[in-house]
Design a protein around this ligand. Structure first.
Ligand SMILES: NC(=O)c1ccc[n+]([C@@H]2O[C@H](COP(=O)([O-])OP(=O)(O)OC[C@H]3O[C@@H](n4cnc5c(N)ncnc54)[C@H](O)[C@@H]3O)[C@@H](O)[C@H]2O)c1
Length: 418
């Protein structure tokens, strides 16, 4: 039996504390009077000093009008409020006479814990970020049957108290949950992007509903049920590896044409414009990164840029809708030249045996990611010899250090970028 304290016993904290109290001795502290049959409500000094584990479940409120119950998309973007979390941390610092295991449950945006909370906590304490996927109305059931338990640590490893927190949860969980360990920042991201995936999904199916109402002869359920049964590509883990943008002969042009349909039927918003705009700016960001890398590594002068893979995917000659050429467009817009390497592409200039000197190389093609669903597991082989002094930027983060003198950067991994 462990001694556990909850600071903030409101809608989430109280029921979670009561679940814990079925197996452990649990105290609760709140700035408002609260009552419970199983959680001992006490003052902050008793809670801090009698508890080995201190869970913080205080509010991280949105500003007035930012809850989504009235129009807000025209309003200035605002972060959640952090005052209650900061107050709870200050109280732990002020009252604790020994080191504590502090666990933050409250929802915050990625980067918040490291930037705003950890620097405030006395260094004798240990800190975990552990957000919950819990819904009102089913708090106790959700608490012990979670889809996953996210445990965020400073470096994303099972060090320090992360394993101890798992052991603690194992005493109350009913569904043998999946544990996801990450940095504080990664767990903040998993929690908040989990929620926004749901928002995006609901936004898409309701858009089909809007089209059904405007176009006629469409039952939205026929369309969305067919999509829901499409487990091969869209309802599952496929397309969940970040890398090059969506490309090819169909998808980009479909979205571009759908912009017209949204306008024709006066849908009132344009999802497709948002999707295509994001795709373009993502390409521009990648181009900018390549240009930044081109400024010197070993040779002390600007490296030229090459894109390894010009066709929209490996093993085909088609460059229609190619994301590689879109990135190339932005590289040129930034005032740099770019060459393409592709044994299948339509231009003989793209077929070379060896690059003439060190380059920044964008590793645009990854055969395995594109074709592994067919059972084909072959990795992309280099399309030409890449000289020492080059930098390979791999947006798929699969390439290992290829040879001495070549630096590999995993784009999208700012924890271990090489
Ligand atoms: N409610 C949910 O379903 C849910 C699910 C997942 C995550 N969350 C997150 O959990 C956090 C808490 O949510 P909630 O719904 O329980 O909020 P809530 O407002 O119902 O409860 C928070 C409690 O903290 C208390 N409190 C406020 N400031 C305090 C302070 N300085 N010291 C001590 N106690 C203080 C309040 O009096 C209240 O009882 C939020 O960040 C929320 O986003 C909530």
């Amino acid at each position: 039996m462990k001694n556990i304290g909850f600071i903030g016993i409101g809608k989430l904290g109280l029921e979670c504390a009561e679940v814990m109290a079925e197996q452990h001795e649990v105290r609760g502290y709140d700035i408002y009077p609260r009552i419970s049959d199983s959680v001992k409500v006490c003052n902050i000094d008793e809670l801090v000093n009698e508890s080995e584990w201190i869970f913080i479940a205080v509010p991280t409120p949105h500003a007035e009008g930012y809850d989504g119950s009235v129009p807000s998309s025209h309003m200035e973007p605002r972060d959640f409020g952090h005052d209650a979390v900061i107050d709870a941390i200050n109280k732990v610092n002020a009252h604790a006479r020994s080191s504590k295991k502090v666990v933050l449950i409250s929802t915050v945006l990625p980067g918040t814990t490291r930037k705003h909370f950890v620097p405030l906590l006395d260094s004798k304490h240990q800190f975990l970020y552990n957000p919950y996927l819990i819904a009102m109305g089913s708090v106790k059931w959700d608490m012990v049957n979670p889809e996953m338990i996210m445990i965020g640590t400073e470096d994303g490893d099972w060090n320090g108290i992360a394993g101890e927190l798992k052991d603690l949860y194992d005493t109350v969980m009913q569904n043998n949950p999946r544990y996801e360990i990450g940095t504080w920042d990664e767990c903040e991201a998993i929690k908040i992007f989990y929620n926004t995936f749901i928002s995006a999904k609901v936004g898409l199916v309701n858009m089909v509903q809007d089209f059904a109402m405007k176009i006629g002869n469409i039952n939205v359920d026929v369309v969305t049920d067919a999509l829901a049964r499409s487990t091969m590509r869209i309802m599952g883990p496929k397309y969940m590896t970040a890398g090059m943008g969506d490309a090819g002969a169909c998808h980009p042009r479909d979205n571009i044409a759908l912009r017209w349909l949204a306008q024709e039927y006066e849908i009132g918003y344009d999802f497709f414009d948002t999707v295509m705009h994001a795709r373009e700016i993502q390409a521009k960001n990648l181009a900018q990164f390549l240009v930044e890398q081109s400024g010197d590594w070993i040779v002390g002068e600007n490296l030229p840029i090459a894109i390894h893979g010009k066709a929209y995917k490996p093993d085909v000659p088609y460059c229609i809708g190619s994301y590689s050429t879109l990135v190339g467009h932005y590289i040129k817009e930034l005032g740099h030249s770019v060459v393409y390497l592709d044994p299948m592409a339509d231009d003989p200039a793209d077929v070379v045996a060896e690059l003439p000197g060190p380059h920044v190389v964008l590793w645009a093609h990854n055969r395995k990611i594109t074709y592994e669903y067919t059972g084909d597991q072959l990795d992309t082989q280099p399309y030409c010899a890449i000289p020492a002094g080059s930098i390979i930027v791999d947006p798929w983060r699969k390439l290992n250090q290829t040879a001495d003198g070549i630096k590999v950067i995993h784009y999208g991994n700012t924890r271990n970028p090489t």
